[in-house]
Design a protein around this ligand. Structure first.
Ligand code: ZN
Length: 507
């Protein structure tokens, strides 16, 4: 309570912005978007307000590139990708997206020493793998990719500013620490317990954290005015974001494990640097993905790589599983959960095929509007927009889509007397529009494999029929076989008529 009063007093003196509902979160000046988002600083949902009504800045903490990514990373970046797509495509916000890549770090150096190569080679290899995995998950590449090794200059200037303003101190080995005792808002994102003595001999206060690591023999280092060394982890994001976006950031995202201390430290040093009380307006934290109640971590060998995930399930199925779970909460990964997501994707795909067949092949000359269906569509559209405004409630959207599909299916399959192609087409179009905006492709590469086996079956069957037609001199069947061959050619499949049937894709 005393700490909170101190914060309020501090805010009223320095900052023009007002605390929201007596919380530590400050309401930004600007244009309300109608969206409400959970804020860990407020402990509640807060309104999303942007300085410019159509432009917003977004920064995600990216990977430390020393190993392959796993499905824990997949769920984090897919869920963040979904939120970005919602802001862009449902609320017409021009989002400027950036990600930080930690390409210099203890773990990268250790791995390079184990493999007897340089740290840049390790970093480049795993960064490339990361982008390939993200592309296979249909995660949009951020507009700006900021690598730590390319921003040492900005990091150095940032730290120098904090030393000069007495917010940071240099110690014996040229390491630099942030002095948390000079920053009364520390603990804004997460209440911290300050028990015991500082764990590091150089620290003045237990919660102080390293901004710059003094040089260690045999490790890469950079020269600065206070000595040689390399950046600490927390300072990287703050310095890169400040260079790119200035003194204020709209959205700052990452996994829940980054909330403390990483994001707390980022906020503290950035507020100190920019002399403000709120640097990132909206912190977005994605809940963990758990596998059999064990947290995904590289230190224990229970990870599933992204290629093995995508061998078993499509990117659409995984994205559907992400849509069905609340982004903030933990997600329990299991085959049952994935099968459920798979069934939903299949149900949607079958509906799209059935609606197409219904519209084109129903034997009726009397098309009518089905106002009940059209009303249901309109209500679903309104409900879904409201759900997205309420902290991106995608699960509600998927459920309303399924209800809408169920009503349309009833019309398609059961109501033979009423032919309503307009309503069914509008619903199919809405379903595709919603899901592609969420980042589903609805057609993916694994379908090519399925179609290969389908073509095999068809070609074998045709071969058998043709052989019998030749023996029995059945001209009608032979002509039918020729028609099949010609039609397959139209869809770029060339069939070779020999003793052993074969076919190839023609590109
Ligand atoms: Zn970060």
């Amino acid at each position: 309570m005393r700490q909170f009063l101190l914060i309020k007093r501090n805010l009223s003196h320095v900052c023009k912005l007002k605390p929201y509902k007596d919380t530590k979160w400050l309401m930004p000046d600007g244009n309300p978007t109608g969206i409400y988002i959970y804020s860990c600083v407020a402990g509640d949902r807060v309104p999303v307000i942007l300085k410019d009504p159509t432009i917003a800045t977004w920064y995600s903490c990216g990977p430390t590139v020393y190993d392959s990514t796993h499905i824990g990373h997949a769920s984090c970046y897919v869920k963040l990708d979904i939120i970005q797509r919602i802001l862009k495509w449902f609320f017409n916000i021009k989002l400027v997206t950036a990600i930080g890549i930690t390409d210099i770090d203890d773990k990268i150096i250790k791995k390079s020493q184990q493999l007897k190569t340089d740290y840049q080679t390790i970093a480049k290899q795993y960064e490339q793998e990361f982008w390939l995995d993200m592309a296979n998950l249909n995660v949009d590449k951020p507009m700006i990719i900021a690598r730590v090794s390319e921003h040492i200059n900005s990091i150095e200037k940032f730290i120098k500013n904090l030393i000069d303003s007495n917010m940071a101190y240099v110690v014996e080995d040229s390491s630099v620490y942030f002095d948390t005792s000079k920053y009364p808002l520390y603990g804004k994102l997460q209440q911290v317990q300050e028990n015991g003595e500082p764990s590091d001999e150089f620290k003045r206060n237990k919660m102080d954290f390293v901004l710059w690591k003094g040089q260690k023999p045999g490790q890469p280092c950079w020269k600065t005015s206070w000595g040689e060394g390399r950046p600490g982890w927390h300072i990287e994001c703050s310095a890169m974001v400040s260079k790119l976006f200035g003194s204020q950031l709209d959205f700052h995202a990452g996994g829940i494990d980054l909330k403390f201390p990483h994001h707390e430290n980022e906020e503290a040093q950035s507020c100190a640097f920019h002399n403000t009380n709120q640097w990132a307006n909206y912190w977005i934290h994605v809940g963990h993905l758990n596998l059999k109640d064990i947290k995904m971590s590289k230190s224990i060998q229970n990870t599933i790589s992204i290629p093995s995930l995508l061998e078993k399930y499509s990117a659409d199925t995984f994205r559907m599983a992400c849509l069905l779970s609340n982004y903030k909460h933990p997600m329990e990964y299991s085959d049952d959960m994935m099968k459920m997501a798979q069934d939903i994707v299949m149900k949607i795909k079958f509906f799209l095929k059935d609606s197409n067949v219904y519209v084109n092949k129903t034997m009726s000359d009397r098309a009518t509007y089905n106002y009940k269906l059209l009303n249901e569509l309109q209500m679903t559209e309104e409900r879904n927009l409201e759900a997205l405004k309420a902290d991106f409630d995608t699960a509600t959207c998927v459920n309303s889509l399924l209800n809408l599909i169920s009503s349309a299916n009833t019309t398609i399959k059961l109501n033979k007397n009423e032919y309503c192609p307009v309503s069914v087409t509008l619903i199919a179009n809405y379903v595709v529009d919603m899901l592609t905006k969420f980042g589903l492709k609805l057609v993916d590469s694994s379908e090519e494999n399925i179609s290969s086996s389908v073509v095999d079956t068809l070609v074998d069957f045709r071969h058998l029929v043709r052989k019998n037609a030749i023996q029995g001199k059945n001209k009608e069947l032979l002509t039918a076989c020729d028609i099949v061959r010609d039609r397959m050619k139209c869809v770029k499949i060339q069939i070779n008529d020999s003793d052993t049937p074969s076919w190839i894709y023609v590109k």
